[in-house]
Design a protein around this ligand. Structure first.
Ligand SMILES: C[S@@+](CC[C@H](N)C(=O)[O-])C[C@H]1O[C@@H](n2cnc3c(N)ncnc32)[C@H](O)[C@@H]1O
Length: 217
């Protein structure tokens, strides 16, 4: 299997990480899943690739690099400082990523509806009190509220209208997010799913689930 270099993020400083999620095990797991699935991604020939909650911009920049910049890359984050960092990361690595400050993909709808071939989300997934979700502090990078699902559950019903007919969606989840329940909810909306990769990092059991339309539905 080809091995791809992590994009350069040496331009980001501890001061940036006071406001923006610092790349961590979950970030690297998502990049590893993309690398592992690269043959399928090449076959897909994606024209529009989108990351929600891009943080530092490392993952969408990685995707643009491994696909040789051959598609349109768009990223969002609700945190405007993260959006700025992501722009710097793309430029540092000589790839073009359109970064927009937005809650989920709200600022890009309805334009993007039905047009996303590859969607990525490493969400705020930690189980926390609900009040911490969507706060203006760095805690909103990881605070997922009840079952760590409050942000994930707002996105899921939008997936059918966002993805193109061939679109795929890679979602990072924690065991406490009840991945089987998420897969069932997506199956009810006509999506098949498979676990691409899983890893235990410290106390966290993380996995990457890939969703795609069930051809029989
Ligand atoms: C776990 S971090 C992942 C950051 C980056 N993708 C990575 O893998 O390192 C989650 C990111 O989602 C962003 N986020 C949280 N809620 C969001 C929302 N409702 N809409 C858009 N972005 C959101 C946070 O600001 C944070 O940057």
């Amino acid at each position: 299997m080809a091995s791809f270099q992590t994009p350069d993020y040496s331009h980001l400083t501890q001061q940036d990480y006071e406001n923006v999620y610092e790349p961590a095990e979950d970030t690297f797991l998502l990049m590893d899943a993309l690398e592992q699935d690269i043959d399928n991604i090449h076959q897909l020939k994606p024209s529009v690739c989108v990351e929600i909650g891009c943080g530092s911009g490392l993952v969408i920049t990685f995707l643009a690099k491994i696909l040789n910049n051959s598609a349109m890359y768009i990223a969002t984050d609700r945190n405007a400082i993260a959006a700025e960092c992501a722009k710097r990361t793309a430029s540092q690595n000589h790839v073009v990523v359109e970064v927009v400050t937005s809650d989920l993909l709200q600022a890009l709808q309805p334009q993007l509806n039905g047009g996303i071939d590859l969607l990525l989300f490493n969400p705020p997934y930690v189980v926390t009190p609900s009040e911490e979700v969507d706060s203006s502090s760095i805690a909103s990078s990881w605070a997922g509220g009840i079952d760590g699902r409050q942000v994930i559950d707002r996105l899921l019903p939008q997936i059918p209208q966002l993805l193109s007919h061939k679109g795929i969606f890679y979602l990072l989840v924690l065991r406490e997010n009840k991945p089987d329940e998420i897969r069932k909810a997506m199956a009810n909306m006509g999506f098949q799913s498979e676990k691409v990769l899983q890893r235990k990092t410290g106390p966290e059991h993380l996995s990457i689930i890939k969703f795609y339309r069930d051809p029989d539905r």
